[in-house]
Design a binder for this molecule. Structure first.
Ligand SMILES: NC(=O)C1=CN([C@@H]2O[C@H](COP(=O)(O)OP(=O)(O)OC[C@H]3O[C@@H](n4cnc5c(N)ncnc54)[C@H](O)[C@@H]3O)[C@@H](O)[C@H]2O)C=CC1
Ligand SMILES: O=C(O)C1=N[C@H](C(=O)O)C[C@H](O)C1
Length: 270
């Protein structure tokens, strides 16, 4: 039985992850923590999340609970995540990281820490459907090639802090990789004013923030006289949370290093 520590346990994702951990027979919800200023500190994580009494109290900060578990599931905020990774490295705890908005520098540091000290599953989206979407987009781009313009539109709730979504960036990277391009060079994240004609190689990524949209991603492949649109819509946060719980059960006991949901779901061969 793998003992799980849930970071940001009072957050939108933290609540549903805590619930999914209690539903997974391979996992034990061993501890939960929040930012020390969060009003949920001191409450039972299940009562706070609306799924009953668990006997697990939300503690103030990771240091208070680090000795209680084997795997930390982190869906919080990029600055907090990097601090948790340093603590995980010191204590040799595994991590599942769903937090988005990590910079290229953060990801390089995370890789260094994980390769030396702990196994880590990191993915911008832990839903099974989105991970299949990544593969479909890679395949579509490699078949269609340069004759089709690639554009990505993502929509999320008004509370989301980072833009574009980590998923949209990954979709852009999958398409760019299949087309022999580098998203850092060809990504276009804003269009306004007299911008001139579209270039062949650019990959546009546009953002919508509105209401309580859980998460939607559409990739367009538009050519002369036709287009393909591939869309994923999340109906609730439970698919992300179920994926995170699956990743926690999978990562415990693995060799140190970085893994993705493709490893967890066995999608590398596709
Ligand atoms: N990989 C995936 O499948 C998914 C990733 N996400 C990502 O997860 C992250 C969180 O999303 P939400 O739950 O919607 O945000 P949220 O704002 O509802 O929850 C974040 C929680 O983290 C807590 N937190 C922040 N700093 C902390 C610290 N230093 N110590 C302890 N707790 C701290 C906050 O108090 C808050 O309760 C975002 O980066 C989002 O993009 C969201 C959904 C799916
Ligand atoms: O913040 C969210 O809500 C989500 N964030 C992730 C992202 O940035 O890709 C995944 C999901 O779409 C929900």
């Amino acid at each position: 039985m793998t003992k799980v520590i849930v970071a940001g346990a009072a957050g939108r994702m933290g609540q549903r992850i805590s619930y999914m951990v209690t539903r997974n027979p391979d996992l034990e919800l061993a501890a939960a923590f929040e930012h020390p200023d969060n009003p949920a500190v001191g409450r039972d994580v299940g009562e706070n999340g609306g799924f009953g009494t668990t006997g697990v109290t939300i503690e103030p900060g990771l240091d208070a609970v680090i000795d209680k578990g084997d795997v930390i599931i982190d869906f919080t905020f990029h600055k907090a995540t990097m601090g948790f990774a340093r603590t995980a490295a010191e204590h040799g705890r595994a991590m599942v990281i769903g937090t988005t908005g990590l910079s290229a520098e953060d990801l390089a540091t995370l890789r260094e820490l994980a390769e030396a000290h702990f196994p880590c599953v990191q993915a911008p989206n832990m839903a099974v459907g989105v991970n299949v979407l990544f593969k479909l987009v890679e395949k579509a781009a490699s078949i269609l090639g340069d004759a089709y313009d690639v554009e990505i539109v993502e929509a999320h709730h008004r509370m989301k802090k980072d833009a574009p979504s980590g998923t949209a960036l990954k979709l852009g990277e999958m398409a760019a990789g299949a087309l022999g391009r580098d998203l850092a060079k060809v990504g276009v994240f804003e269009r306004n004013g007299i911008i001139g004609e579209r270039t062949d190689e650019e990959i546009g990524i546009q953002t919508i923030r509105a209401g309580d949209i859980v998460g939607e991603h559409t990739v367009y492949f538009a050519g002369a006289g036709e287009r393909i649109e591939i869309t994923h819509r999340a109906h609730s946060r439970d698919n992300f949370a179920r994926g995170a719980a699956l990743a926690a059960a999978w990562v415990a006991g693995r060799p140190n290093g970085m893994y993705t949901m493709f490893d967890v779901l066995g999608l590398n061969e596709f």
